[in-house]
Design a protein around this ligand. Structure first.
Ligand SMILES: [Zn+2]
Ligand SMILES: [Zn+2]
Length: 233
């Protein structure tokens, strides 16, 4: 079975992440994963230079640095590194797969769009749009928002969230009949993350487009790994 992390943050690009891309790749390679999707917080979220007075293009270059730094490390470790993004709107998050750095460089207008315009636009452009942990509730989140007409699917299992929130996500996804259901760890700390979730398949993924096609076809399966006995929390 070939396993993939679909929701990963690294330092410094995600301000809240504790480990580098190198540490994260080493960790997933040590567990025998075939690949990871790097989904750092985008320019509208907890990107470490969000408030810096820099042009959009320069921010995109810096945003992509963890991914680009990771490519030779991944090659050396024999693990695949795929590019993704996590967009944010007031604590409501979306995982975006299938658009690359060149695409983001060419589309600065997304920064001016509201999410109900931006998400359909990204989908038109070929992206897979997944609402991450749709029922996450926390003191810094004013209210839960759902975008059923703007997404391909939802993350029905986020191993960093309580069971209740994941069960609500699954209920929501199933009642609305979303075709794309995913799982991920939202890992911000490489090997210090006690619970992992991801997607697996019987033949290796070749590209992000391959992943998107398989998620749309429902041919990827969800898996979880409980490492809580190995990790000092
Ligand atoms: Zn974060
Ligand atoms: Zn995340």
């Amino acid at each position: 079975m070939y396993r993939y992390e679909t929701h990963l943050h690294t330092s410094p690009v995600s301000k809240c992440a504790k480990k580098t891309i190198g540490e994260s790749l080493e960790f997933y390679a040590s567990l025998g994963y075939d690949g990871v999707f790097l989904t750092n917080h985008f320019l509208d979220g907890n990107f470490y230079l969000r408030d810096a007075d820099l042009p959009y293009a320069e921010k995109i270059e810096l945003y992509c640095k963890d991914y680009e730094d990771g490519l030779p490390i991944a090659k050396k470790l024999g693990i695949k590194l795929f590019f993704g993004v996590e967009l944010t709107y007031g604590g409501t998050d979306f995982l975006i797969y299938g658009l690359d750095k060149e695409w983001y460089l060419a589309h600065p207008e997304i920064m001016e769009m509201k999410k109900s315009e931006e998400l359909p636009f990204l989908r038109e452009q070929g992206a897979l749009v997944i609402q991450a942990h749709p029922f996450r509730d926390s003191s810094y989140i004013d209210h839960i928002r759902l975008f059923p007409r703007c997404v391909d699917g939802v993350e029905i299992l986020n191993s960093g969230r309580p069971a209740f929130e994941n069960e609500m996500a699954e209920l929501y996804a199933k009642k609305y009949g979303f075709p794309c259901l995913t799982a991920g760890s939202d890992n911000h700390r490489a090997g210090d993350c006690p619970l992992l979730a991801g997607m697996e398949c019987e033949t290796p993924l070749h590209s992000v487009a391959d992943y998107i096609a398989r998620v749309r076809a429902g041919s990827m399966r969800i898996f979880t790994i409980d490492r809580s006995k190995d990790v000092n929390q």
